[in-house]
Design a binder for this molecule. Structure first.
Ligand code: GSH
Length: 245
């Protein structure tokens, strides 16, 4: 997957915009295909590389995996993103940051309780072996932990996280994600100056407003350091227009 220089900088990176008109990570370039959105990329990889399968076979089990992915990609992702807005980009003032952090702690607790229930007595969210549900949830649980909100000590979710981190592929991916943190920590000034614009989309925007940060959104609009999806990029998207098979 290409690394998009300038992503979120407010400076157009045309090369990356041509890979993903939403101007977001990730985009996958594989053979002649250019694919954006992590869900669609996962499904594509499962179809291209079916062995070992990450998805179970039964319709109910498959639906359960998709629900885990959906909830994690929308509601859980938005909480971690909000924590980034507070910690890296210093949105709001001290009092507002404390209020948003407290909201995030409570909400992560709800997400963890939900995952713990789904996990039950099984070793993995996917059942007897590591699979789709696990690889969709692990990035969010490890990121909350990085923000100081780990699974409860002694919980089944904590043991699951430990099992996941013992897998080399998970450990490597988490290490790569965490390597970006020091870079993010240098960006607060760029956000304040408006040269680094954050994407306030979908559940992220909802999270900020629902958690009490409407003023952050209003300030972002005035200071032009937040952005929404630019639909004009789709009009100029040239990639992968062939029908394929
Ligand atoms: N639904 C998309 C979301 C992708 C997304 O939000 N990516 C973030 C990084 S995790 C991003 O690139 N944000 C750009 C920004 O904040 O400006 C997916 O799952 O691929």
């Amino acid at each position: 997957m290409p690394t998009p220089e300038g992503l979120g900088s407010g400076v157009e990176n045309q090369a990356f915009a041509q890979l993903n008109p939403r101007f977001e990570i990730p985009a996958l370039v594989h053979n002649d295909a250019t694919i954006f959105d992590s869900t669609i990329i996962l499904e594509y990889l499962e179809e291209c590389f079916p062995s070992p399968p990450m998805m179970p076979t039964g319709p109910t089990a498959r639906a359960r995996m998709r629900m885990i992915e959906e909830v994690c990609d929308t509601h859980y992702e938005a909480i971690n993103w909000g924590l980034g807005e507070i910690r890296f980009f210093a949105r709001g003032d001290d009092a507002l940051r404390q209020k948003l952090y407290a909201a995030a702690v409570e909400q992560v607790g709800h997400m963890h309780a939900w995952l713990e229930t789904l996990l039950g007595d099984k070793p993995w969210l996917s059942g007897a072996s590591f699979g789709w549900g696990d690889l969709c949830a692990l990035p969010y649980v490890t990121m909350s932990r990085m923000f100081g909100i780990p699974p409860a000590a002694g919980s089944r979710l904590e043991a699951w996280l430990e099992r996941g981190m013992n897998r080399p592929s998970v450990a490597q991916t988490v290490a790569e994600a965490l390597a970006v943190i020091p870079v993010m920590e240098t960006r607060a000034q760029s956000v304040q100056s408006g040269s680094f614009k954050r994407h306030y989309r979908d559940h992220r925007l909802e999270w900020m407003i629902r958690s009490g940060g409407l003023q952050v959104v209003l300030d972002g609009l005035v200071n032009e350091n937040i952005r929404f999806t630019d639909l004009a990029r789709f009009a100029t998207w040239k990639r992968d227009s062939s029908s394929g098979d």
